[in-house]
Design a protein around this ligand. Structure first.
Ligand code: FES
Length: 156
C-alpha cells in the first residue's frame, strides 16, 4: 500500500456510510483487490464493523478479496455479449483455467471475472485481458489463446 492508497482516503470524509462503495471501488482500482487490511481500515474510516463491510462488499460481485492473477481476464456478460454467446465463453474459460469467476489459480497465473457492458457491444463477445480488449471471441479459439497467454507469462 503506497501513497496512492492514502490519497484515496483523503478524497472522502470519515463517517459517511454512503461513501463506502465508491471508496472500496477506488481502492480496488488502485490495488487490484480488497485486502483484509483494507477492509479493516475502511471500516474504521467509515464507522462500520468489518463484518458489515464484508457483507456489503460481497453483495456486489465486482469486488475481489484476493489478488488477481498475472493474466486477469474480464469477460463481458452484458446484454449484447450475452446474445452473442458470452455464456459459452465464460464456461470455456472456466473449463480451460479450472477456475470459477472471482478465483485466482494457485500458480497465480490466471484469474477471471465477469463484467457488464464494456462498450463494444457490436463486436461481442468481448473480453479484456489485463488492459487489452479482444472482440468476436470464439470458443474454439480459446484453448490456443489461453495457452499462448500462459506461455508468455511463464517465459517472461
Ligand atoms: S454487452 Fe458486451 S460490450 Fe456491451
Amino acid at each position: 500500500m503506497g501513497q496512492n492508497y492514502d490519497a484515496i482516503f483523503k478524497k472522502y470524509k470519515p463517517g459517511r456510510r454512503e461513501d463506502l462503495i465508491p471508496l472500496l471501488q477506488d481502492i480496488q482500482d488502485t490495488e487490484g483487490f480488497l485486502s483484509e487490511e483494507t477492509i479493516v481500515k475502511a471500516g474504521t474510516f467509515i464507522g462500520l464493523s468489518t463484518t458489515k463491510i464484508y457483507g456489503l462488499a460481497t453483495f456486489y460481485d465486482q469486488f475481489r478479496f484476493i489478488p488477481a492473477g498475472k493474466v486477469h481476464i474480464r469477460i463481458c456478460n452484458g446484454t449484447s455479449c450475452y446474445i452473442n454467446g458470452s455464456q459459452a465463453v465464460i464456461a470455456k474459460i472456466g473449463e480451460i483455467t479450472g477456475l470459477a469467476p472471482g478465483q485466482t489459480g494457485r500458480d497465480g497465473i490466471f484469474s477471471f471475472e465477469i463484467e457488464t457492458c464494456m462498450g463494444g457491444c457490436n463486436n461481442g463477445p468481448v473480453i479484456r485481458v489485463n488492459d487489452e480488449y479482444h472482440t468476436h471471441i470464439r470458443t474454439d479459439h480459446l484453448p490456443e489463446f489461453i495457452k499462448k497467454l500462459r506461455f508468455i507469462v511463464e517465459n517472461d
